[in-house]
Ligand binder design. Structure first.
Ligand code: ADP
Ligand code: MG
Length: 246
């Protein structure tokens, strides 16, 4: 991908990306030649049944895992060519990751959890990190919970802390793997609305979700089945595409 890609707004691009795993009697293709792209500021969902390859896809985009064939470009960086160390450095600055079970460190307060990724990158002073973490908690609506430990927070509050943590180093891309999977439907809706707002403010956001009723929030929906991208809808084409595919 040349510089012109990012200039034209493409932030994520997969070209025939594959991921195979060693299995008894050969190899198992968890992701088959997936090609897709995301533009800066897009709010997109990945849907599909259990085992369809959603997490595998997200892990390639965050650089947690690596494609066994094809290309994965994020922010003009060819992730398929990077070493583990380079991938870790790339991730720290370019991608914020949100998980289903929040994965906050229980021995740190909400504020300290949000500061942690800033410590890893080491750009801001100690005082600046603290100020920024407070601002981020404010942005996700839980500033008053800053000094509480995770186990004193509700699931929705913990997920907001995790989202603030994902924003810590101001990455262009936020990737969330079933971030609403452990939340009640009202809280799930609030968390998706928060992501939607962050996308309007310029973040590119890719979310694995089962919240069918919220599908209209997303500008793009990628559907996986058996490791294949079987449908890619954009908001404008959603009616026609779903009419075509039944
Ligand atoms: P989803 O997130 O859609 O439920 P996954 O991406 O986790 O699905 O998994 C897709 C397929 O790849 C599944 O069949 C799963 O068992 C397999 N798979 C995922 N990770 C591994 C791994 N590390 N080793 C072997 N098989 C794996
Ligand atoms: Mg999964």
């Amino acid at each position: 991908m040349s510089n012109s890609k990012q200039l034209d707004g493409t932030l994520v691009e997969l070209r025939a990306a594959e991921r195979s795993f060693a299995a008894a009697g050969g190899s198992f293709l968890a992701l088959r030649a997936v090609s897709l792209s995301l533009r800066t500021g897009e709010f997109a969902a990945v849907v599909g049944g259990s085992g369809s390859g959603k997490s595998t896809l997200l892990n390639l985009i965050t650089g947690i895992d690596r494609a066994t064939a094809g290309e994965v470009w994020v922010a003009d960086t060819p992730l398929h060519t990077l070493t583990e160390d380079d991938l870790a450095r790339f991730r720290a600055r370019h991608v914020g990751i949100v998980f289903q079970f929040f994965q906050l460190l229980p021995s740190l307060t909400a504020l300290e959890n949000v500061i942690l990724p800033m410590d890893f990158v080491g750009v801001l002073s100690t005082a600046q990190r603290r100020d920024r973490a407070i601002q981020l908690l404010e942005q996700v609506g839980i500033r008053e919970q800053a000094n509480k430990f995770p186990d004193a927070l509700s699931g929705g509050q913990q997920q907001r802390v995790a989202i603030a943590r994902a924003l810590a180093n101001d990455p262009p891309l936020i990737v969330a793997d079933e971030p609403t999977g452990n939340l009640d439907s009202h809280t799930a809706h609030e968390v998706l609305m928060l992501f939607s707002r962050l996308a309007r403010e310029g973040k590119t956001i890719l979310v694995v979700t089962h919240e069918k009723e919220h599908r209209s929030l997303f500008r793009k929906v990628f559907e996986l089945a058996d490791g294949q991208l079987v449908n890619a809808e954009t908001a404008s084409s959603r009616r026609e595409v779903s009419a075509c595919t039944g």
